[in-house]
Design a protein around this ligand. Structure first.
Ligand code: PAF
Length: 290
């Protein structure tokens, strides 16, 4: 008989630690899926993957204030905890950890309660999304390390959609000897090609159509590469024919898929990454060129 265990929603670090202690004593393998909630099919794919390869899956739902810049959408960021919990339960997660900012950072990051940040390598953060989001990856690495220390997972699951984040976290795990395996899961797209994102909720129907330009540009540079064009400037040029007044391009870059180093010419180890705004909403996407 299949016994479905009811999912637990916990808000405190000490309660999570108690559960983890029991599971570890039983020799169970733990998977962590860190999220900021507003879960969609992209997150679902991470949770499913975690449930396939771990005995217990912990999903953290925490809109991490320290990874948002002063002009970013922290207050506006969608919060849908009831729906998130339901989805996590359906997908076989055992625990949702949804702490308050006070639980994670005491009375705030500029107070006596919280001082220590993780600073990822400058050469990985001074480009792509890190260029316009100064301090963002410090905030991401800091919260992810805290979550890893709280949950002590065997595996942690991240989406390829935020590939810069995934590469920076892998470097942190390597550099700081964190005993966790990082699993990267492919981008989930709508049938139209639009990569799923919690921020898609901010787009109108028209905006969603305009947002297809990200995947179209990526598909096009990939097919140009396959036809033999390796020159980055020539590939960048091809993007302009897709752009109009509804698009505000932030970057289209070509980097090494493991290290994020800039490429002079595209090869099979290259990724293309794009960020642009539609209706003021910042959207990102990427693809492997091979
Ligand atoms: O990718 C995200 O949703 C966040 O950056 C993460 C990894 C959950 C850290 O807050």
């Amino acid at each position: 008989m299949l016994v479905t265990e009811k999912i637990k929603l916990l808000n405190t670090i000490s309660e999570v630690r108690e559960n983890i202690k029991e599971w570890k004593a039983q020799g169970l393998k733990i998977g962590l899926v860190p999220t900021m909630g507003a879960l969609h099919a992209g997150h679902a794919s991470l949770i499913k993957k975690a449930a396939e390869s771990c005995d217990k899956v912990v999903v953290s739902v925490f809109v991490n204030p320290i990874q948002f810049g002063p002009s970013e959408d922290l207050d506006k960021y969608p919060r849908t905890l009831d729906a998130d919990l339901k989805l996590c339960e359906e997908l076989g997660a055992s625990l949702v950890f949804a702490p308050t900012p006070t639980e994670m950072y005491g009375s705030g990051v500029h107070s006596n309660d919280f001082f220590t940040y993780v600073t990822p390598p400058f050469f990985m953060v001074n480009k792509l999304c890190g260029k316009s989001r100064v301090g963002h990856f410090d905030g991401v690495c800091t919260v992810v390390l805290k979550l890893m220390n709280i949950v002590q997972p065997d595996k942690a699951f991240f989406g390829q959609k935020d590939i810069q984040q995934k590469i920076i976290i892998s470097k942190m795990v390597e550099d700081l000897n964190i005993p966790v395996e990082i699993i990267c899961c492919p981008i989930v797209r709508e049938e139209s090609g639009l990569a799923l994102s919690s921020r898609n909720k901010y787009l109108s129907e028209e905006g969603k159509k305009n947002a297809l330009v990200l995947s179209k540009i990526l598909q096009n540079v990939k097919s140009c590469y396959h036809k033999g064009i390796t020159d980055i400037n020539a590939l960048k040029e091809t993007a302009f024919e897709f752009l109009n007044e509804n698009h505000e391009l932030e970057y289209l870059e070509f980097v090494d898929k493991e290290t994020l180093e800039d490429k002079k010419n595209v090869d099979d180890n290259t990724m293309a990454l794009i960020a642009l705004r539609v209706e003021g909403v910042r959207l990102i996407d990427n693809c492997y060129m091979n």
